[in-house]
Design a protein around this ligand. Structure first.
Ligand SMILES: *Cc1c(COP(=O)(O)O)cnc(C)c1O
Length: 310
């Protein structure tokens, strides 16, 4: 039994009307731990379990760490998540709700990750948030469900952090011989490591992340994500943090679902009727979800108030 669920595909009537095309939502915000991440991480964790892993280790204080914690709880495997001191109180609370052991270590993610790696013993499995073929294979199940639904989109819009979701969706499209359907890869300004890589034709490391969309904050994307751009149509789009927040607010009103700015980023080009989407009749948006944002956060960001996450 997979740990993820099959999520609904529904038409967004408000978005279809305002954009003059058919906008489909793949509602992965409804996954048990609030994001698509459980698709790939669920598969990675079950595979490592079958190979004898006695513990899962992660260094993500976001949706990836949460998915590992959820997978561990469901499979009765202990989970350790190492997070930096900057991790929010909410992130730690969510991880503990899933019974994960939370270790706080270091000023930045890099240090937390180094410590996490140093803990990995012979019977432990380290679960990477985006750079692992097992993850991509798990994320590809999203496309199986689209095919099964009978809808055939002309384009697929999704958010890019480290590029795991993109690599998984591309793999799923390949599996069903849907290689000609373009992927529109969206990032926020200040977290646009995929955009930088596409422009340079090689992996680029950003010196820092300045976007509020922390789930998109990988300084460098995985090679696989860039590789896909050379063998299939992929278009990179960058939106502002503001656009992502406004999209979150509008989406909450339209569909009564609260999502992170990382997900609002993918909704923003539709709400803003970006010209890059004009040529498509049916557009499917991966509503990737995310649980690190509350209504209070959105409200604060919307009026430009600083947020004390602790
Ligand atoms: C992880 C995540 C992303 C980015 O996915 P990558 O596989 O890192 O590209 C986007 N949105 C949400 C909500 C996420 O949790």
């Amino acid at each position: 039994m997979p740990l993820h669920i099959e999520t609904p595909i529904v038409e967004s009537r408000p978005l279809s009307l305002s954009s003059g095309r058919c906008i489909l939502l793949k509602l992965d915000a409804l996954q048990p731990c609030g994001s698509f991440k459980i698709r790939g991480i669920g598969l990675a964790c079950s595979t490592h379990r079958e190979r004898g892993a006695q513990r899962f280790i992660s260094s993500s204080g976001g949706n990836a760490g949460l998915a590992v914690a959820y997978a561990g709880r469901m499979m009765s495997v202990p989970v350790t998540v190492v997070v930096p001191e900057t991790a929010t109180a909410r992130a730690k609370e969510l991880l503990r709700q899933e019974n994960a052991e939370v270790i706080v270590c270091g000023d930045s993610w890099q240090e937390a990750n180094d410590h996490a790696l140093s803990l990995v013993g012979p019977s432990d499995a380290f679960i990477h948030p985006f750079d692992d073929p097992l993850l991509w294979r798990g994320h590809a199940t999203l496309i199986n469900e689209v095919v099964k639904s009978g809808w055939v989109p002309d384009a697929i819009v999704l958010s890019v952090g480290g590029g795991g979701l993109l690599a998984g969706v591309a793999e799923g499209l390949r599996r069903h011989r849907w290689d000609r359907i373009p992927i529109i890869a969206v990032e926020t300004d200040g977290a646009a490591s995929f955009h930088a890589a596409m422009q340079a034709g090689e992996i680029v490391e950003l010196s820092r992340i300045t976007s509020i969309a922390t789930s998109l904050g990988a300084k460098r994307v995985c090679h696989k994500a860039l590789e896909w751009t050379t063998v299939r149509p992929v278009q990179s789009l960058v939106v502002s943090d503001r656009s992502a927040i406004v999209a979150c607010q509008r989406f909450l009103d339209d569909h009564r679902l609260l999502v992170e700015p990382a997900c609002g980023a993918s909704l923003a080009p539709l709400y803003e009727r970006r010209p890059e989407l004009e040529r498509f009749e049916t557009v499917l948006v991966v509503v990737c979800g995310g649980v690190t944002t509350t209504f209070e956060h959105i409200r604060h960001w919307a009026v430009n108030e600083p947020i004390d996450f602790h």
